[in-house]
Design a protein around this ligand. Structure first.
Ligand SMILES: Cc1ncc(COP(=O)(O)O)c(C=O)c1O
Length: 359
């Protein structure tokens, strides 16, 4: 470091870097990307056309208020307009939420392992992460999360279903948890994968937030809707929180193309349902085959499966890559594998079968 180095905030020193899922190789053997929980399908019917039209006015700034999209969301999810806020992906909205609630000296509680952006956005805000280990079943330990609350706690993330395990917390436990969190602490229900859930005990955050002013629901167009590349997500929360989100948003963050594509996607419900159903069926096939091979995958309700492999994690990821599929390893812990194209899933299953024999 030289004398001329600009002074940067000390809080940045320990911020972990976000590791995006490795892309599939551009050349070489067939390679499928199963590392980022993306949707393998192309945009829904009508989306591309609307996005292309929107691209015709790239010389203009987008509508900062996202009025068209907000109106559509309000109607689709039966929530008041004033309870909505959009952002650059739900990770953008999550960052806005942390900025709105927590700074140096404050604490943000979340399960671990969970979505890897949580520690980053917490530390960038200068706040202190409080990570609560998942239970032996890879589920949020809500009792331990409650016990970790202090007078410095400002925000609690509940990632439901959880990334990278796909596990869910059920309605009764979540309601009991919410009833006991002090009402001046914001609880964020991150529901990025909700469309893939088929568990009847799963609590829809939009039902829980209505009479709870300290609950905020996060949703995204990146996963089921297949718009990961456009960066658009939204929050549903009571007015003070939604208003704070508008203050912490990057002005003009959500592009006109993203707004228009999201509107077209919302109008393509039937096609969305078909695709999600197909992925859910594929998930059931994969989980059953893995079980048949002798694995005990976590009880996933998302568009991915989690295998806890401990110190064999990187070996497994390497074997997958050599066979033509890129998965997401968390060294020393396990691999997360997105439900993708049938051909890709079959390659993964073949690798899993071979690997299992060696264990
Ligand atoms: C739990 C969870 N929340 C939020 C996100 C962010 O998605 P996006 O910013 O694309 O909406 C992800 C992405 O992987 C996620 O897994």
């Amino acid at each position: 470091m030289t004398e001329n180095t600009p002074k940067l905030r000390a809080a940045l020193d320990d911020v972990p870097t976000y590791k995006p899922g490795k892309p599939a190789a551009a050349d070489g053997p067939v390679a499928y990307k199963l590392s980022s929980n993306e949707n393998p399908y192309p945009p829904l019917p009508g989306v591309l056309e609307r996005a292309v039209t929107a691209a015709g006015v790239l010389n203009r700034y987008p509508d900062m208020a996202c009025a068209g999209l907000m109106a559509e969301l309000a109607e689709r999810f039966s929530v008041p307009l004033a309870h909505l806020a959009t952002g650059t992906g739900s990770v953008g909205v999550a960052q806005q939420l942390v900025q709105a609630t927590a700074g140096p000296g404050d604490e943000v509680i979340y399960a671990w392992r969970s979505f890897e952006a949580y520690p980053i956005i917490t530390q960038v805000s200068g706040a202190t992460p409080v990570q609560i280990p998942l239970t032996g079943d890879e589920v949020h330990d809500l009792e331990a999360m409650l016990a970790a609350i202090t007078d410095r706690t400002r925000l609690i993330f509940v990632c439901n279903p959880n990334n990278p395990t796909g596990t869910v917390v059920h309605r009764a436990e979540l309601e009991s948890f919410l009833d006991r969190v002090p009402s001046d602490i914001l609880v964020v229900l991150d529901e990025a994968y909700i469309e893939f859930v088929r568990d009847a005990e799963f609590p829809n955050g939009l039902e829980l937030y209505r009479d709870r002013p300290n609950v905020c629901v996060l949703r995204t167009f990146s996963k089921a809707y297949g718009l990961a590349g456009l960066r658009v997500g939204f929050a549903v929360a009571h007015e003070p929180v939604a208003a704070a989100l508008r203050k912490t948003a990057v002005p003009f963050g959500v592009s006109h193309i993203a707004q228009e594509a999201a509107i077209a996607s919302l109008r393509s419900e039937d096609a969305l349902r078909e695709r999600v159903d197909a992925l859910v069926e594929e998930r059931a096939r994969i989980v059953a085959e893995l079980a048949g091979q002798g694995w005990t995958p976590a009880a996933t309700q998302a568009n991915f499966v989690w295998l806890r492999l401990g110190d064999r994690t990187l070996d497994f990821a390497g074997a997958c890559e050599r066979a033509g599929v890129i998965v997401r390893p968390f060294a020393g812990e396990g691999v997360r594998v997105t439900i993708g194209e049938t051909e890709a899933n079959d390659i993964f299953l073949r690798v899993a079968e071979e690997f299992r024999k060696e264990l």
